[in-house]
Every structure is written in structure tokens, then in C-alpha cells.
Ligand binder design. Structure first.
Ligand SMILES: [Cu+2]
Length: 119
């Protein structure tokens, strides 16, 4: 009995912290949508990257998702990043830590090109 009370005492601050954290992250993500998101997405579909040009802030993680029923890759022209062959619904992520323009293409279908602009 004594032990159960002690567990409760220990659990209370954890629960409070967890609920505070949940509240904080919710308000943060609302704000993030408007100003600085921490991630961005590119969809691969119908032999194209969408959006073709994605502009993000430094530190953003971009995730490419293959929504096509054909395998594709995401390969940087300057070899900054390179995915494996992505089957349907597979994802590839890369975090951009330096400003610049990062053109990329699909090595299976080199006519498929896109660009990430990091500001
Ligand atoms: Cu492709």
C-alpha cells in the first residue's frame, strides 16, 4: 500500500510534465504551419515531383514520398543526398543545414527533376 502511494507521488509530476509538453507541442505546431515548419514534403506521383520547386528554411527536413506505382529515386545533382530506389509509399528524408539551391532528379527517369531552395 505504502509503495503504491509512493508510485503515485512519482507519477504525478511526470503526468503534469507530459500534459504540459503536449500542450506546448500543439501550440508550436500551429505556429509552425504559419511560419517555420520543421519539415516539408514532396510527393512523387505520375513521374513528377510535387512541388517541383520547394522553398524551405535552413534546418528543415524534407521528406519525399513515392506515391507512384513505379519505383523512383531522389538524387541530388551535386551528390548532396541520394535515396535508394523507393517503391510505392516508401519515403526518403534529408535535412538541409546550409542555404542554397539543390537541384535533384530521379536516376531511374532522369527527366524527372525537382529543386529544393534553402533560405
Ligand atoms: Cu523515377
Amino acid at each position: 500500500m505504502r509503495r503504491r502511494v509512493w508510485n503515485l507521488v512519482l507519477a504525478a509530476p511526470v503526468l503534469i510534465a507530459a500534459s504540459l509538453l503536449a500542450t506546448n507541442s500543439r501550440s508550436f505546431s500551429t505556429r509552425a504551419e504559419q511560419t517555420q515548419a520543421s519539415s516539408a514534403e514532396v510527393k512523387i506521383d505520375n513521374f513528377s515531383f510535387g512541388p517541383t520547386t520547394l522553398t524551405v528554411a535552413v534546418g528543415i527536413t524534407v521528406t519525399w514520398t513515392n506515391r507512384d506505382d513505379i519505383p523512383h529515386t531522389v538524387v541530388s545533382d551535386d551528390k548532396v543526398f541520394k535515396s535508394k530506389v523507393l517503391d510505392t509509399d516508401e519515403k526518403f528524408s534529408f535535412t538541409f543545414t546550409k542555404p542554397g539551391t539543390y537541384p535533384y532528379f530521379c536516376s531511374v527517369h532522369p527527366k524527372m527533376t525537382g529543386k529544393v531552395v534553402v533560405q
